[in-house]
Design a protein around this ligand. Structure first.
Ligand code: CIR
Length: 256
């Protein structure tokens, strides 16, 4: 089994990105690109084949490819992003992903961002956020339940996406910031708490036997290492100003 990581370069328009919970601060494009390159290098080091989506210089948030699709074992769901400005990102993702998976689509009036969907085994947790509405979650459930997945809606408050607040370390364990989500939905899971001084540290990408994690969160990195995980830190401060984390910048496709 190999893994393909679909990625896209940082748009020169990133300074005009969507922002919901953060105030706009200057983003250094060269630095954002250099950090993104380190992220891609980490994906490659951990065994992923890198596949570049076509550049979208006119779409500020197009680097955050995670929001456009949910890739599962036998099929993928193309989302309908909650931010209207992001919907033009879809066609190139549809073209690329369609070569690996049959595609299903979220349609109006549903909205769903990939950053709001967390897979743990056969469970899909779906964040109720400003980007993902009840109709989007119910369309997702209609698509996936007949294909062997269960959907669990999770109230989210205070952050952009569900995966800003919780991500999977493995099929049974989640890294979590309890301040931002309804934690009772994760009853029965093993939970690892972030360092409370690092509220944005719950976003990590498990791939190739390691965790890609933003280098700016040493306290949480120490917690993860103490729990026995291999952590691959990558600098991610520039795209964090655009409310993006490490899961946001790739779509990982398992290929036989
Ligand atoms: C947005 O607001 O849509 C972008 N500025 C950030 C998207 C980050 N994506 C993610 O967390 N999955």
């Amino acid at each position: 089994m190999r893994h393909v990581a679909l990625v896209r370069e940082v748009s020169p328009e990133i300074i005009r990105c969507e922002l919901t919970h953060l105030a706009r601060t200057p983003i250094d494009l060269d630095r954002a690109r250099a950090q993104h390159a380190e992220y891609i290098a980490a994906l490659a080091e951990l065994g992923c084949d890198i596949e570049w989506l076509p550049p979208e210089p006119g779409l500020p948030d197009a680097v955050f490819v995670e929001d456009t699709a949910i890739v599962l074992e036998d099929f993928a769901v193309i989302t309908r992003p909650g931010a209207e400005s992001r919907r033009a990102e879809l066609p190139s993702v549809i073209a690329a992903l369609g070569r690996y998976r049959p595609l299903h689509h979220i349609t109006a009036p549903g909205t769903l961002d990939g950053g709001d969907v967390l897979r743990m085994g056969r469970a899909l947790y779906a964040g109720e956020t400003l980007r993902t509405n009840a109709e989007g979650i119910s369309q997702l459930a209609a698509i996936v339940t007949r294909r062997g997945y269960a959907v669990c809606a999770v109230p989210v408050h205070g952050c952009l996406h569900l995966k800003s607040a919780v991500t999977a370390l493995d099929e049974r364990t989640a890294l979590i910031n309890r301040e931002w989500i309804e934690v009772t939905r994760f009853a029965g899971r093993r939970l690892v708490d972030i360092d409370p001084a690092e509220p944005f540290a719950a976003n990590t990408l498990a791939v190739g036997g390691a965790l890609i994690h933003a280098a700016e969160f040493p306290g949480t990195r120490a917690i993860l290492a103490g729990a026995g995980y291999i952590v691959r830190p990558v600098p991610a401060s520039e795209l964090a100003k655009a409310e993006g984390g490490v899961t946001c910048c790739s779509l990982i496709v398992a290929v036989d």
